[in-house]
Design a protein around this ligand. Structure first.
Ligand SMILES: NC(=O)c1ccc[n+]([C@@H]2O[C@H](COP(=O)([O-])OP(=O)(O)OC[C@H]3O[C@@H](n4cnc5c(N)ncnc54)[C@H](OP(=O)(O)O)[C@@H]3O)[C@@H](O)[C@H]2O)c1
Length: 235
C-alpha cells in the first residue's frame, strides 16, 4: 500500500494515514519508487483535472514541467489527449519532450507569452510570481489558471474572464489508485533522483540547499539522475 500523508512529514518508519488516502502499491515499482509517487502525482492530477478541468483535445501550459509535479502533469495531460506546452530550463527540453510535451519554452531565454501564440485552455502554475502574472495573457476566455504555489489574483482573473485558484493537495485513495494503474501499465513513470538513508536526512537537505542533491546520494538506477524526487530509505 502507499499514500500521501496529509499532515506532512514522512521521516518515520510508521505513519498513521486515513484509509481513504491509501491505494495498492503498483507491483512493478520498488518501495523507493513508490514512495516518490503520491504527493507529486496527486498534486498534478488534481491540479490539471479536478481544478483545471482539462479535457481531451484542449491545450495546457505547464510551468515547471521538468520538476517532480510538473513531470507528472506533463505525462497525465499528454495521456489524456491534451496538447502540452511546458516551460522549463533549456537543458531540460529533451527530457520534458520525452515525457509528452509537444513544445517547451526555455524560461531562462524567452518569455513564454511571446512564443506561445495560441491561447490555452488551462495553465498549471508550479512557479508563481511574475510567471503566474503573465499567464493571464495566454489563457482563453473561460480558461482556468490553477496554481500549486501561490494565490491567484481574483481581480486579474475577472478582468481576463478566466477562473483562477490556488490548489492544495487533498490525498485521495481513488485518485492514487488511478495513478497506480497508469504506473503499472507503464503509461506514466516515476522518477527517483536520489535515495538517502534516513540517518542522512540532514545531509539530503544540505545537498538540496546547495543544489547538489545528487552528489552524496545514490540513484537506484546507477548514476544519479537529474530529475525526480529525493527519497529517504527508512529500513
Ligand atoms: N499546493 C500543493 O499541494 C503542492 C503540492 C506539491 C508541491 N507543491 C509546490 O509545487 C512546486 C513545484 O514542486 P516540485 O516538487 O515539482 O518542485 P521541483 O521538483 O523543484 O521542480 C521545480 C521546477 O521548476 C523549474 N523552474 C524554476 N523556475 C522556473 C521558471 N521561471 N519557469 C519554468 N520552470 C521553472 C525548475 O527548473 P530549473 O530551476 O532548472 O529551471 C524545476 O524543474 C513547489 O513550489 C512545491 O512546493 C505544492
Amino acid at each position: 500500500m502507499f499514500a500521501a500523508n496529509e499532515t506532512g512529514g514522512a521521516y518515520a518508519e510508521y505513519l498513521a494515514v486515513k484509509p481513504a488516502a491509501v491505494a495498492r502499491k503498483p507491483a512493478n515499482l520498488s518501495f523507493e519508487e513508490a514512495a516518490s509517487v503520491p504527493v507529486a502525482s496527486q498534486t498534478a492530477w488534481q491540479g490539471i483535472f479536478t481544478h483545471g478541468h482539462l479535457e481531451k483535445g484542449q491545450t495546457i501550459l505547464i510551468h515547471g514541467g521538468a520538476g517532480a509535479v510538473g513531470a507528472y502533469a506533463v505525462q497525465l495531460a499528454s495521456h489524456a489527449g491534451a496538447t502540452v506546452i511546458a516551460t522549463a530550463s533549456g537543458d531540460d527540453e529533451a527530457y520534458v519532450k520525452s515525457i509528452g510535451a509537444g513544445r517547451v519554452s526555455d524560461h531562462r531565454k524567452e518569455q513564454f507569452e511571446k512564443v506561445v501564440r495560441e491561447k490555452v485552455d488551462v495553465v498549471f502554475d508550479l512557479v508563481g510570481g511574475d510567471t503566474q502574472q503573465r499567464s493571464f495573457l495566454v489563457l482563453k476566455e473561460g480558461g482556468h489558471l490553477v496554481s500549486a504555489v501561490q494565490p491567484v489574483s481574483q481581480e486579474e482573473a475577472a478582468r481576463h474572464r478566466v477562473s483562477g485558484e490556488m490548489m492544495r493537495l487533498a490525498p485521495s485513495g481513488d485518485v492514487l489508485a488511478k495513478i497506480a494503474r497508469l504506473l503499472e501499465e507503464g503509461t506514466i513513470r516515476p522518477d527517483v533522483a536520489t535515495v538517502y538513508a534516513l540517518q542522512d536526512a540532514a545531509q539530503a537537505w544540505k545537498d538540496i540547499a546547495t543544489k547538489l542533491p545528487r552528489v552524496h546520494g545514490m540513484s537506484p538506477s546507477g548514476p544519479a539522475a537529474k530529475h525526480g524526487k529525493i527519497v529517504l530509505r527508512v529500513a
